[in-house]
Design a protein around this ligand. Structure first.
Ligand SMILES: Cc1cn([C@H]2C[C@H](O)[C@@H](COP(=O)(O)OP(=O)(O)OP(=O)(O)O)O2)c(=O)[nH]c1=O
Length: 196
């Protein structure tokens, strides 16, 4: 029986949430992901997860579905206060990877859990150091297609993992859903193995 709804179209989040053993269904939660002028990156990722969870909650109400908690998340790559979202095209992906080359950036992944009492949030912060990348390596990686639907134009769980020289934080957080933080948030609501 469904215990939770996941308001996300991300295949990574579906796969990671399944690892927690909680029974869930996915629902769509389309929102406008444009950052506000001068918005702090941490405020931005939290706001995105809250808006996705709220959109999912309103969807349950409008469809007359059973009201179960709605989980949503957002991931941004932040380099020196610049938010790198998903690349617009191959040229944008290559430009992001040139910026990340040889540098340490932060990956922020927010969580929001909406239920009848309101919304609870968490933020996972990881620091990722990229090796120095050559133009040829960037071109080959962009041609693989992997960067296109990912924040910062890379996937640590795929070929992009070979560029990661060092990680200080949560691997699953960088991938899009920090498993421990997610399980801890669910446990506060009596769900999942950490609630036992
Ligand atoms: C940095 C990084 C990001 N990503 C992915 C995770 C997210 O799916 C995506 C960031 O975009 P998001 O806007 O956080 O999520 P999304 O649009 O893919 O899905 P949703 O429907 O939940 O809004 O980048 C990886 O898969 N691996 C990585 O190493």
């Amino acid at each position: 029986m469904t215990q939770l709804y996941l308001a996300s179209g991300s295949p990574r989040r579906k796969e990671l949430l399944a690892q927690t053993g909680v029974m869930f269904e996915r629902i769509a939660a389309p929102i406008d992901e444009t950052p506000q002028a001068a918005e702090n990156p941490r405020d931005y990722v939290i706001r995105m997860a809250v808006e996705k969870a709220e959109s999912g909650w309103q969807h349950l109400i409008s469809m007359g579905l059973a009201l179960k908690p709605v989980l949503a998340s957002d991931t941004s790559v932040v380099l020196a206060d610049e938010i790198l979202g998903k690349p617009l095209d191959a040229a944008d992906a290559a430009a992001m990877l040139r910026k990340l080359s040889g540098q340490t950036h932060e990956v922020l992944t927010s969580l929001a859990l909406r239920d009848e009492h309101g919304v609870q949030t968490r933020l996972s912060v990881s620091r990722v150091t990229f090796a120095q990348l050559s133009d040829a390596q960037i071109a080959t990686y962009v041609a693989s297609g992997e960067p296109m639907d990912k924040a910062g134009a890379y996937g640590i769980q795929g070929l992009g993992g070979v560029f990661v020289a060092h990680l200080d934080g949560s691997f699953t957080g960088v991938m899009g859903l920090p498993l421990h933080d997610t399980a801890a948030l669910l446990a506060q609501n009596g769900l999942g193995v950490l609630a036992q």
